[in-house]
Structure formats: structure tokens, C-alpha cells
Design a protein around this ligand. Structure first.
Ligand code: FE2
Length: 467
């Protein structure tokens, strides 16, 4: 994907991933990234730094591998990207900043933005498909008057529908302006500030002699319609039409057929067994929060039927199916907040960051059907109701990406969103929330192939309370 990015008519730079696994000991990945891998990648063209140092306890505690990865990046003169997803802004955060990460995009509150720039980091303010972290933090500039040059706008996760229907960075800019940010300041936060942060300001980020002629032309500085896009001195898009080729690589077979779950799954594999002789149990529940990446660690009392715990009310079953090494293991827990009803299930092989398979459902039979369907098509997203598939997005490249045109993928993704709503889902951008249920570096509660993970303590925790 990095190679393909370098072939495009616009600038696509890459940060070398730092954390696979994101939290060692709490999940099993298909592949592990070492400090040597990071050092090698720093010499590649188009690599601008280290991506998302998510193992923030590792940095704070001086983990040798994390320190070696950051040292390799620093030696190459490149930028160490941060990811500090804890509300603790005390000594643990100071130690993290001292370790080397130079930016952070996980802030959700005004104080998070203030403390990041106070520690010498750049605060990246994020508007993803489901993360609305600009409005709550931009007041650090618009009301507290902090120097905007230390702030950067970013998207983080955006699904294809958002990109096609609402835009990418232009969407973030429009939003920042609508939150009261001066349009020129918002533009700086998406151009020159970013270029400076990644050491590219002598080539990019401003319209000035000696810089690449990468320019957008807009007729209105508030609504930001993009009338013309110029890249490397050539007009590449005009009035919504792309005028140039976007080359692609031929994907090797090894990048396809990556969903390995062993034998077909059956309903009982998705069930949580209860202790003998009880008719109700107290369970831990992953509580999804609208428009935010963190979850809440909740509890619920659920009934037991035929020895298994049954999700009720606003609670659903959530399962993680190991899919890289064909172990076929399934870990099971509970999640609330989606609002699903009836006999449904949704499965996805986009499951940050280890990208196993996450299945959420109200019905174990439908959960098994959805999981087996993704194994059959090589990955993607599928929604099932009453034994019938409602929508499917195939993501044949590693179970994560599509090589079909974005507009085609976005149309199918819209069908997923509709199918989720038809199953009772009321959550804004529920698919994004679904795909982050296994991200064991964002508090408070997540699921991995090893079980339920308490991300406030970085340890595996039982699903059943007091067992
Ligand atoms: Fe992150």
C-alpha cells in the first residue's frame, strides 16, 4: 500500500507502524513488528516517521523494544507519532512525552489539548467518521488563545462513505470553521503546521517559491467547495472530476484469502457458559459511547438459559474469532449501546488493531452464519437477520481493503449502515464503533483473542463478575 501510495499524482506519505501487537500479552497478532523492521523502514522513500506509539504503558515504563523503535526513528531524523489514550495527565503522561512521541490525536477534552502542547507535543484534533474531538478541544485556540501553530487537524478512521459523501480533510476544515475557528487558522492547521511537524515545510504546506505547486482553489472560505486541485504543478481535478490516472499495483495472491478460522463456526462457540445451578449472573459489559473512541466498563445482570448467559435489553453478544493462524478460537463477551433487536448479527474482519474478526449479535445462529460468510469471501463486513444476509462489503485485500473503486465500496458500505439501522441500531457511525471493539489500547473495556481486556489496568478480566 505504501508503494501504491508513492505512485499517486498527489502526495501520500506513510508512518511506519510501531505496535503490532498494540499491547503485548493482551492479544495475538498475525505478525509482529520489531525495532529492526522500524529501522529498515526509516530508509524507505516516503516514510515520514513512526506511527501511533500506542503502547503508552510501554513507553512510560521504559520497555526496551518501544525505546528502540523510537530511537531508530529519532536517528533517522523522523517524527515519532503518539497515541496516548488515557485521561491521566499526571506523571505517566509526562513520562510518555519524555519518551519521544511528538504528537497525539487521542485527546477528547480541552484540557487534553492544553496539556499536550504544554508538554511540547503537537495536539492533533480529530474528526473521524465517528470521533468528534475537534469541537471539544478547539476552544484551546478560540477561547483560551493558545498558539494555533502547535495544533494540527486530522481525520484518523474514516470509512469510504464519509470520504465519498462528505470529504476527507476538507470535511475536517469545514467542521473546524463551523466550530468558530478562523478559516485561515484552520487551513494552517491542515497544511503548514502538518508539513512543519513532519519536517517537510521546505517542500510542502505553503504557497511559496521553491515549494511543490500543490494547491486547492476554492470559491468560498467557509463552505470550502473544491473547484480545482493542482498537484506538482498540474491540474489533477476540476469541478469534481479527476483528470489524471491513479495507478495501482497488482496485489499478490498472498494478500488475498487471509481469513483462516478453521472449521465452520457453530452457534455454541459464541455462547458464554454460566456456572452450574444459577438462573442469573452479573457480567461485565463493553459500553459503547456515541461519537467517542473510549468505551465504558459497565455491568449487567443477565439471565441464564440451558447453562448459557443470554443478552437482554440494550446488551448484545460480542465475539472475537481468531483468523490469522487458523486456531479457530472464539472469545465471548457482552456489549451495549448498539440497540440491535430481533435475531441478527454483524461481522467484520476490520478489527483494530490485530484485525481478527469481530461478531456482534442478538442471535448465536446468525453470528455463526456471519462469521462463516466472511471466511468464505476472504473478509469484509456482513449483516445477517433471521438467517438471511442483508448486506455485504467484500474487502479481499488482507480482509481490510478493497481494490474496487471507492464509489463502489462506499455504496456497499451505505447498505451496511442501512442494514444495521434496520436491525434497530440507533448509534451514529456504529460500524466504526464495531471495528474498534478489539482495540486494546483505548480504555476502558475491549475484547481480544485472549479474552475481555480491562484497558485501565492493562490486564485480562473475567466476563462473569465474581467468578
Ligand atoms: Fe490512535
Amino acid at each position: 500500500m505504501h508503494d501504491e501510495g508513492l505512485m499517486q499524482p498527489v502526495n501520500i506519505f506513510t508512518q511506519m507502524p510501531s505496535c503490532a501487537p498494540s499491547a503485548p500479552g493482551l492479544e495475538t497478532t498475525g505478525f509482529e513488528i520489531s525495532a529492526d523492521d522500524v529501522a529498515e523502514a526509516m530508509a524507505w522513500p516516503g516514510i515520514v516517521g513512526l506511527g501511533e506509539m500506542m503502547n503508552f504503558p510501554g513507553v512510560t515504563n521504559g520497555d526496551p523494544q518501544m525505546l528502540a523503535e523510537m530511537a531508530a526513528t529519532a536517528r533517522a531524523g523522523k517524527t515519532i507519532g503518539g497515541h496516548y489514550a488515557s485521561p491521566d495527565l499526571g506523571p505517566a503522561f509526562h513520562a510518555y512525552a519524555a519518551g519521544g512521541p511528538a504528537d497525539d490525536h487521542e485527546g477528547t477534552r480541552e484540557v487534553d489539548a492544553v496539556m499536550r502542547v504544554r508538554q511540547g507535543m503537537r495536539a492533533m484534533l480529530r474528526l473521524g467518521s465517528a470521533w468528534y474531538d475537534v469541537e471539544t478541544q478547539i476552544t484551546a485556540i478560540t477561547e483560551l488563545g493558545l498558539d494555533s501553530r502547535n495544533f494540527i487537524l486530522c481525520t484518523d478512521d474514516c470509512h469510504s462513505g464519509t470520504l465519498i459523501n462528505d470529504g476527507h480533510m476538507n470535511r475536517v476544515l469545514r467542521h473546524a470553521i463551523s466550530c468558530g475557528c478562523d478559516p485561515m487558522v484552520a487551513l494552517q492547521m491542515a497544511t503548514i503546521n502538518t508539513a512543519t511537524h513532519f519536517g517537510l515545510e521546505r517542500e510542502l504546506g505553503s504557497i511559496a517559491p521553491g515549494r511543490r505547486a500543490d494547491v486547492i482553489f476554492t470559491s468560498d472560505l467557509t463552505t470550502l467547495p473544491i473547484n480545482r486541485v493542482m498537484a506538482r504543478g498540474k491540474t489533477v481535478a476540476l469541478n469534481g472530476k479527476v483528470l489524471t490516472d491513479c495507478p495501482h499495483v497488482a496485489w499478490p495472491e498472498a494478500a488475498r484469502r487471509t481469513v483462516r478460522i478453521g472449521a465452520d463456526k457453530i452457534a455454541t462457540e459464541f455462547m458464554v457458559a454460566a456456572p452450574d445451578g444459577v438462573d442469573a449472573v452479573v457480567v461485565r459489559v463493553i459500553g459503547v459511547i456515541e461519537n467517542q473512541a473510549p468505551t465504558k466498563a459497565l455491568e449487567a445482570t443477565l439471565p441464564v438459559r440451558d447453562g448459557y448467559v443470554i443478552a437482554q435489553g440494550n446488551n448484545c453478544h460480542v465475539s472475537l474469532v481468531e483468523r490469522h493462524r487458523a486456531r479457530g478460537s472464539v472469545s465471548n463477551a457482552f456489549v451495549s449501546g448498539f440497540g440491535y433487536e430481533g435475531n441478527m448479527a454483524i461481522a467484520s474482519t476490520v478489527a483494530h488493531d490485530s484485525h481478527h474478526m469481530i461478531v456482534v449479535g442478538t442471535c448465536h445462529e446468525n453470528m455463526a452464519l456471519a462469521a462463516n460468510r466472511l471466511a468464505e469471501v476472504g473478509g469484509g463486513v456482513t449483516v445477517w437477520n433471521d438467517g438471511v444476509e442483508q448486506a455485504l462489503v467484500e474487502l479481499p485485500i488482507a480482509g481490510l481493503m478493497s481494490d474496487a473503486p471507492a464509489i463502489t465500496v462506499a455504496a456497499k458500505a451505505d447498505q451496511i449502515v442501512q442494514a444495521m439501522a434496520d436491525c434497530g441500531c440507533t448509534l451514529n457511525n456504529a460500524y466504526m464503533q464495531h471495528s474498534l471493539l478489539a482495540l486494546v489500547v483505548i480504555p476502558e473495556l475491549r475484547i481480544s483473542d485472549l479474552g475481555l481486556v480491562d484497558v485501565t489496568r492493562f490486564e485480562i478480566t473475567p466476563v462473569l463478575k465474581g467468578v
